[in-house]
Design a protein around this ligand. Structure first.
Ligand code: FAD
Length: 165
């Protein structure tokens, strides 16, 4: 079996066939940044539901030497979430990982999935009489995983450096 078919079948086994996108119209929104400055190509877009599925995709990528590109809300301005033009990479979109797992008010700690939209993190904090200070214009679309990975708004609030994550 050719390598690409092997990778696609394994991805479907891990995430479920509906969550492995390969058709051009399905993939298009994940392959261009929102300003249209960067466009790439991918073998597939994988939409894992939980960390176990993410771990299995990363293991598959390692075994098959397949590049992976994580993607959150795709609001980044420098093309980091967009694959190159080769069509060899898997885009791993965290869009389905939307769970706010726990809010510990006493210790001001929140445990959330990487794909939770920033605005939902802020709201969850507010509902527990807490304040989540990171705020940016893309907060209705960007994800906490994307915020952490590029240290968003580092100057106004150094989230990762201050020990919040
Ligand atoms: C209107 C607007 C205003 C903005 N304002 C600001 C601002 O004030 N300050 C600022 O810093 N940025 C700003 N940005 C840029 C962008 O919103 C932020 O960088 C945001 O943090 C990106 O989050 P995202 O979920 O969209 O990530 P994406 O764009 O999907 O990805 C960004 C990078 O993070 C990686 N990534 C995403 N999720 C994960 C994950 N779970 N694990 C590992 N890596 C991951 C991607 O591979 C990529 O390299 C703005 C963008 C817009 C459109």
């Amino acid at each position: 079996m050719p390598q690409h078919e092997h990778v696609l079948n394994a991805l479907r086994d891990i995430a479920g066939a509906p969550y492995v996108l390969t058709s051009a119209p399905d993939c298009a929104p994940f392959l261009t940044d929102w300003r249209g400055n960067y466009t790439g190509n991918a073998l597939a877009i994988a939409l894992p539901a939980n960390t176990e599925e993410v771990a299995a995709i990363v293991a598959l990528a390692n075994q098959t030497r397949t590049p992976i590109v994580p993607q959150g809300g795709n609001t980044g301005l420098v093309g980091g979430g967009i694959p190159d033009a080769s069509g060899e990479a898997i885009v791993v979109s965290l869009k389905r990982m939307q769970r706010i797992r726990a809010v510990d008010r006493e210790n001001s700690v929140m445990i959330v999935d990487a794909g939770v939209i920033l605005q939902n993190v802020q709201q969850a904090a507010d509902e527990h009489d807490l304040f989540f200070p990171l705020s940016l214009a893309a907060e209705g679309s960007c994800t906490i995983g994307g915020n952490l990975s590029c240290s968003a708004s580092k100057r106004s609030y150094p989230m990762a450096k201050s020990g919040m994550a």
